[in-house]
Design a protein around this ligand. Structure first.
Ligand SMILES: Cc1cc2nc3c(=O)[nH]c(=O)nc-3n(C[C@H](O)[C@H](O)[C@H](O)COP(=O)(O)OP(=O)(O)OC[C@H]3O[C@@H](n4cnc5c(N)ncnc54)[C@H](O)[C@@H]3O)c2cc1C
Length: 507
């Protein structure tokens, strides 16, 4: 993560979200497990990590040989031989092996996540009731005050009244959908969907962002392996036994070889200037959008911005089949083939924007999602340039005889070359890092309260006002911890009292 990303959030009239305010929340959510080896231990400082939080973080206790080879190839091709001091300090430019959320201490070899870390230990609380297989179909508004929700359970609709406030945490797709179903959104979109507009706000469901991925494929030498052949390997039974007895080994491994580079280091000055000009020419309808793009341009110009993420995916990636059917993304492995690895190339600050909107008042119908992937020409060029660099790093492995070959694409042509741009357009997918559809300053205020409504907040990735250079989950936990602080700061009594006498009548 990069500290300036959260300072950029704060620049949207939301000083509550500066990195100095969020760092304690990152730490509060984390339980860093003591690294087993010295190099890993040197790369984490207690200044930036929690050791008593609910989410366990740990380093792998096993790795593929190719992980290290690629790490070294990236270091030498980029000229950045040292790993970042602590990649979680707010500066992660360079190449390193990342922490993952595998619990290697308490529930050994299992994933540590919101369900296991936050929910399970709270299940016995008297003030918690979880309704499974239940869809919230509407927030009940009474004179612009959220007084409860309607839910669907086993085909029946029920109303649940609130004594304090409603908090929507339905994610980047579900939260704007729920607001729109409840009459909060763009009047034209609500009218077309047959929903009465109670609180006009054209920003709901706009500003969808994701990190876009393309990848460079490489083929290993005969006898070397990735996860492609692991399930059919003669050693697999031993790996299974190892996992069952010690909860260690390949089956407790999480891919974590990665690195970040500034885009500025990957393109010629003239190419960078052209991308910036293209972004400056973007038609913007709001000050918010204009400010966002100014931040994107600053990231492009900066020699220290972690603009591009490189991530080793220890298996083949087949975009041609996987884009339309993601169950086929990692392809079928044939025993006669050599194992493959994909080097994912992920743009962290895209200029493209998408939308999530309802088209019907039926809560059981999915909203229409237009992710807007690569809709901005500057993103196509940025991704092509980043792929080109990855190709060069892979070629150094071919030259050194470490791998059999680079599978795709051809990276020897210039950035303007049609084939490279076509390659990234045809070989790309979202990183599942959707954010921004109920953005701070546009849809919610700095305390995550929905604008124009009392007693309603949104707390999830949809409130991120601009992109971050990181996989999102750690920030989602930090945002939730920060939201808890803000809710307490507002005061139960205060917020309750502020709702006014007409609300009390309903409670
Ligand atoms: C396949 C995949 C892989 C990922 N890998 C990583 C990774 O390796 N590292 C990382 O950092 N991040 C990763 N992410 C991203 C990360 O999981 C998300 O950013 C994060 O989960 C977002 O959290 P959230 O609370 O905003 O939303 P969500 O986790 O999506 O939670 C929203 C919940 O609300 C429920 N919901 C929605 N609407 C309603 C409704 N009307 N009524 C009731 N319930 C509703 C949904 O079912 C869902 O359970 C990945 C995401 C995906 C999809």
């Amino acid at each position: 993560m990069v500290y300036s990303d959260y300072d950029d959030w704060a620049a949207f009239d939301a000083p509550e979200w500066a990195f100095s305010k969020l760092l304690p929340c990152f730490k509060k959510s984390e339980q860093l497990e003591a690294p087993a080896n010295e190099e890993d231990a040197r790369s984490v400082s207690s200044q930036y990590h929690g050791t008593t939080g609910p989410i366990h973080t740990s380093f792998n206790d096993w790795g593929l040989r190719i992980d290290n080879e690629i790490l070294e190839a990236f270091k030498s091709t980029s000229g950045r031989s040292t790993r970042p001091l602590d990649p979680w300090s707010g500066d992660h430019v360079g190449f390193f092996t990342s922490l993952s959320v595998i619990d290697r201490k308490q529930n050994k070899g299992t994933r540590s996540y919101a369900g296991s870390a936050y929910l399970a230990p709270s299940m016995e609380r008297a003030n918690l009731k979880v309704l499974c297989e239940t869809t919230v179909s509407k927030i009940i508004l009474d004179n612009n005050v959220a007084v409860g929700v309607k839910v669907l359970h086993k085909g029946q609709e029920h109303s649940v009244r609130t004594r304090r406030e409603v908090i929507a945490s339905c994610g980047v797709i579900g939260s704007p959908q729920l607001l729109e179903l409840s009459g909060i959104g763009d009047p034209a979109i609500l009218r077309a969907a047959g929903v009465e507009c109670l609180v006009p706000n054209p920003a709901v469901g706009t500003n969808f962002q994701d990190h876009i991925i393309s990848a460079v494929g490489l083929e290993l030498k005969k006898g070397d392996f990735s996860l492609d052949s692991l399930p059919t390997s003669p050693d697999f039974e031993a790996f299974q036994k190892q996992y069952m007895t010690t909860r260690e080994g390949p089956l407790a491994y999480a891919p974590g070889t990665m690195g970040f580079l500034p885009l500025q280091a990957l393109v010629e000055d003239a190419e960078l200037e052209e991308m910036i000009r293209q972004i400056e020419r973007t038609k913007t309808n709001t000050e918010f959008h204009k400010k966002q793009l100014t931040q994107v341009i600053e990231q492009l110009k900066s020699p220290t911005s972690a603009n591009v993420q490189y991530l080793v995916i220890p298996t083949q990636m087949k975009f041609e089949e996987g884009t339309s059917d993601q169950s086929k993304l990692y392809g079928k492995f044939h025993a006669e083939d050599n194992d493959r690895v994909a080097l994912a190339v992920c743009l962290q600050y895209p200029a493209s924007r998408g939308t999530v909107h309802i088209t019907t008042s039926d809560p059981q119908r999915y909203p229409q999602i237009d992710p807007g992937y690569l809709s901005h020409p500057a993103d196509v060029k940025a991704l092509a340039a980043s792929v080109k660099f990855a190709g060069k790093a892979i070629d150094s492995l071919v030259d050194n005889g470490k791998i059999a070959r680079r599978v795709s694409p051809d990276v020897n042509n210039g950035l303007e070359d049609e084939s490279l741009q076509r390659f990234v357009r045809e070989n790309c997918i979202g990183e599942y890092h959707g954010m921004g559809t109920c953005a701070i300053s546009e849809v919610v205020d700095g305390h995550l309260r929905v604008k124009g409504v009392k007693g309603l907040r949104v707390v999830d990735a949809s409130v991120f006002p601009n992109n971050i250079s990181a996989n999102l989950l750690a920030s989602v936990y930090a945002v939730a911890e920060r939201a808890a602080e803000l809710i307490k700061e507002d005061g139960y009594q205060g917020a309750f009292a502020k709702l006014g006498p007409d609300v009390h009548a309903h409670l």
